[in-house]
Design a protein around this ligand. Structure first.
Ligand SMILES: [Zn+2]
Length: 177
């Protein structure tokens, strides 16, 4: 076998080191980049933050919201259409015990009813109450009239009328933990 020169072993060592740092397990990664806050129990994200105040973590194939990474690392996979929500109302928090999954519709409802901040898509409907939604659903008034009445744009009214998944009497137990 050919004798390897020093440069070869340096290259191997660098390659291995790089793999180690990239390969920090997902849990260690979350722990490494967060700081426990003793009073609230929140784990505050120390890495980059996006313009809505949520932590951003890196994965090989791009960036992800840190709470999502934490949820996946410590709890479970997130099925399609589900969003990660905070019990603690702290967007920077990545403590898996403070995170739960909700559907987009739960998300809108929850953010409104419990004043929790969740994220997913932007949801202009969050300012409406359950009663407003019921009213809009049953009303025969035009989108335009309802739009003015509730201060929600017409496409928002349209979404409420067609958003089948909006549950008005949601059982808290149907949020999967
Ligand atoms: Zn928290």
């Amino acid at each position: 076998m050919a004798k390897r020169d020093t440069a070869f072993w340096v290259r191997i060592a660098n390659y291995r080191n790089k793999r180690v740092s990239n390969g920090l397990s997902d849990r260690s990664y979350i722990l490494h980049y967060s700081q426990p806050e003793p009073n609230s129990g929140c784990w505050l994200w120390l890495g980059p933050v996006n313009n809505t105040g949520y932590g951003i973590g890196r994965k090989r194939d791009g960036t992800r919201l840190a709470p999502r990474l934490s949820y996946i690392a410590f709890k479970d996979l997130i099925s399609k259409g589900m969003v990660v929500c905070h019990k603690c109302d702290t967007p920077l928090c990545v403590n898996p015990d403070h995170l739960f999954l909700g559907s987009m519709a739960d998300n809108v409802m929850d953010a409104h009813v419990k004043k929790r901040h969740c994220y997913g898509e932007a949801h202009p409907l969050a300012k409406l109450t359950e009663n407003d939604v019921a009213y809009i659903r049953s009303s025969s008034e035009s989108q335009r009239t309802l739009s003015k009445k509730f201060g929600v744009n017409q496409s928002g009214i349209n979404r409420i009328r067609h958003l089948k998944t909006w549950k008005t009497n949601r059982d808290p137990s149907d949020i999967s933990m």
